[in-house]
Ligand binder design. Structure first.
Ligand SMILES: [Zn+2]
Length: 203
C-alpha cells in the first residue's frame, strides 16, 4: 500500500526496518553496534531509532510529503516523532489505521512469502508471484518468514493490543486518526486508501 501511494503521489517513504537494513549494509560501525545488541537479546532503542529516522528524513526530499510506514509503534515513539517533526518544521496531517479482524490477519499472514534478496512481500491469497517460489522483481528465492507462523501472529496481536492500541487512541485524541477496514482485496483496500488521501489533500 505504501509503495503504491509513493508512486502515485511522489511521496517519500520511510520504514524504520528499511532504514536499519540500509544502515547495516553501509555502516560497519553501526553494524557492529547492532550485532552486539542482537547478541545480547536486545533491540535498537527508541532514542537510536529516532536519530536514524531524523537523519534519513533530513537527507531526503520530502517536499511532496512523506509516509511513515510501521512507525510509531508505541506512544513513546509517537512522542519521538513529534520531536522529529518539530526539528524539521513539519506537521502531521493524518494517522491511517488499517483495521483487520484477528482471524483474517492470521489467515492472510500464514500465506505470506518474502523475497530473500530484496524483501518484497508476496501473498499466496492475493499477491502471487508470476513464477512459484521466485521473486518477480529480482529473481530471488521466496521464503516463509519465521514470524509468520500462526501462533507467533497471535502473540503479535496481543503485543499489539498492549503497545500499539494506545498509539491509535493517542492519534484519535489528536483528531488525526482515519480508519480503513482492510478486509477486502489489495485493489479494493487501496481504492479506499486513495480516496481518503484525495480527501485529505483537499483539506
Ligand atoms: Zn526480490
Amino acid at each position: 500500500m505504501a509503495k503504491k501511494l509513493v508512486s502515485d503521489y511522489g511521496l517519500a517513504h520511510f520504514s524504520t526496518g528499511d532504514i536499519i537494513r540500509e544502515k547495516l549494509a553501509n555502516d560497519p560501525e553501526f553494524k557492529a553496534e547492532f550485532d552486539a545488541l542482537i547478541k545480547a537479546g536486545k533491540l535498537l532503542d527508541d532514542e537510536r531509532t529516532k536519530q536514524l529516522l531524523l537523519e534519513k528524513m533530513q537527507a531526503t526530499d520530502i517536499s511532496k510529503g512523506f509516509i511513515l510506514d510501521g512507525y510509531p509503534r508505541t506512544v513513546n515513539q509517537a512522542h519521538d516523532l513529534e520531536e522529529i517533526l518539530k526539528e524539521l518544521g513539519l506537521k502531521l496531517n493524518a494517522a491511517i489505521y488499517f483495521s483487520l479482524p484477528e482471524q483474517v490477519a492470521v489467515d492472510r499472514l500464514t500465506r505470506r512469502l518474502q523475497c530473500s534478496k530484496c524483501g518484497k512481500i508476496y501473498n499466496l491469497a492475493s499477491v502471487k508471484p508470476k513464477v512459484s517460489g521466485i521473486c518477480d522483481d529480482c529473481g530471488g528465492k521466496l521464503i516463509t518468514r519465521a514470524d509468520d507462523e500462526a501462533e507467533t501472529i497471535r502473540t503479535r496481536f496481543r503485543e499489539y493490543e498492549e503497545k500499539t492500541r494506545p498509539v491509535v487512541d493517542y492519534y484519535k485524541g489528536l483528531g488525526l486518526l482515519y480508519e480503513i477496514d482492510v478486509d477486502d482485496t489489495v485493489e479494493e483496500n487501496y481504492k479506499k486508501l486513495k480516496s481518503l488521501v484525495e480527501t485529505l489533500k483537499k483539506e
